[in-house]
Design a protein around this ligand. Structure first.
Ligand code: FES
Ligand code: FES
Length: 325
């Protein structure tokens, strides 16, 4: 099938069930759409434009892209990139920046449909996009500032500073954050790099009876599967007490669904994830302990060998003067 990506014609004969986000990041090396929650469709960081409408690329299959036009920030053109980048930096609308490329795509699409959006229009358009650290007020200020410049066909100059103590300084190098050009861990690409995926516990509290990775090891691209047996020496870490195993071994009991039972190294991320999911694990499932008051009862199952109480602190209240006497 064929489609257009940022103005270029693409012939695609790969997996039509693949999600567009994975295609863009792993195959086309287009890194402005971010993976914040894929494939949960909950954060909006992966937003791209498909045929003039925004879509969450983490849940858009390649089959939906056939004969279509996909635009990411990379294909928005220099003028719009500069306007958005400088507007967000000027108005303080970017902090960590992870959510901003998705928000910029959403804002660009809104401005294409409605060149003079109101505050309410922007607020409504941003419904699918979460921002964890800037909040929304400054983000909306930035979008309205950009929309106004675009409407007037004006540029927004890069914010500057006199460099003096007490004056306002633009966030350092923040234009790159706005345009998705900052290199987060997930954006690092190194020649010959391989990918890892973890197999987490399927149950919050269960004894692991067996881990069978024989089929996963034969899957395409898989280089190696590791389990606790491959970890020499100590496996536990922890800040207050060293009671957190990095991997759970056969015969041990999980403490939460974040416990790791195996890890897969493969040539591609999709291969590593598929192999991690294919590992067969047998469990003896126990009732999870989900309430801290229940966990303190004498007959509660012990989550940690030393008991479920990490430490005791006793606070006494009363009159300061009596205490001093
Ligand atoms: S990564 Fe697609 S919505 Fe979060
Ligand atoms: S700027 Fe950090 S999540 Fe939005």
């Amino acid at each position: 099938m064929e489609f257009k990506l940022n103005g270029r014609s693409i012939l695609y004969d790969g997996n039509l069930d693949l999600d567009l986000l994975t295609y863009l990041r792993e195959e086309a090396n287009i890194l402005s759409p971010k993976n914040g929650c894929s494939p949960q469709a909950a954060c909006g960081a992966c937003t791209v434009d498909l045929n003039g409408k925004t879509v969450l690329s983490c849940v858009t299959k390649m089959s939906k892209v056939a004969d279509g036009t996909v635009t990411t920030i990379e294909g928005m053109g220099q003028y719009r990139q500069d306007v958005f980048a400088n507007a967000f930096v000027e108005k303080g609308g970017v902090q960590c920046g992870f959510c901003i490329p998705g928000i910029v795509v959403q804002a660009n699409s809104l401005i294409n449909r409605n060149p003079e959006p109101t505050w309410d229009d922007v607020e409504k358009a941003l419904t699918p996009n979460l921002c964890r650290c800037t909040g929304y007020k400054k983000v909306i200020d930035s979008i309205l500032y950009a929309a106004d410049a675009i409407w007037r066909e004006e540029e927004i100059p890069p914010p500057t500073s006199d460099g003096k103590v007490g004056s306002r300084h633009p966030k350092y190098d923040a234009q790159k954050l706005v345009l998705g050009q900052h290199e987060y861990t997930d954006d690092i690409r190194i020649e010959g790099m391989v990918h890892g995926a973890l197999r987490f516990s399927d149950h919050p509290r269960a004894k692991v009876l067996s881990i069978d990775s024989s089929e996963a090891e034969k899957m395409d691209g898989v280089i190696r599967v590791f389990t606790a047996d491959d970890v020499p020496g100590e496996r536990t870490i922890g800040l207050i007490r060293e009671d957190w195993p990095l991997m759970i071994a056969v015969g041990e009991t999980t403490r939460y669904v974040g416990d790791v039972l195996a890890s897969v190294v493969a040539e591609k991320e999709t291969q590593a994830r598929a192999a991690a999911a294919a590992i067969k694990i047998e469990y003896k499932v126990y009732e999870p302990l989900t309430d801290m008051h229940a966990a303190m009862q004498p007959d509660a199952p012990k989550i940690h060998e030393a008991g479920n109480i990490l430490s005791k602190s006793i606070t006494s209240r009363g009159a300061v003067t009596e205490g001093e006497a």
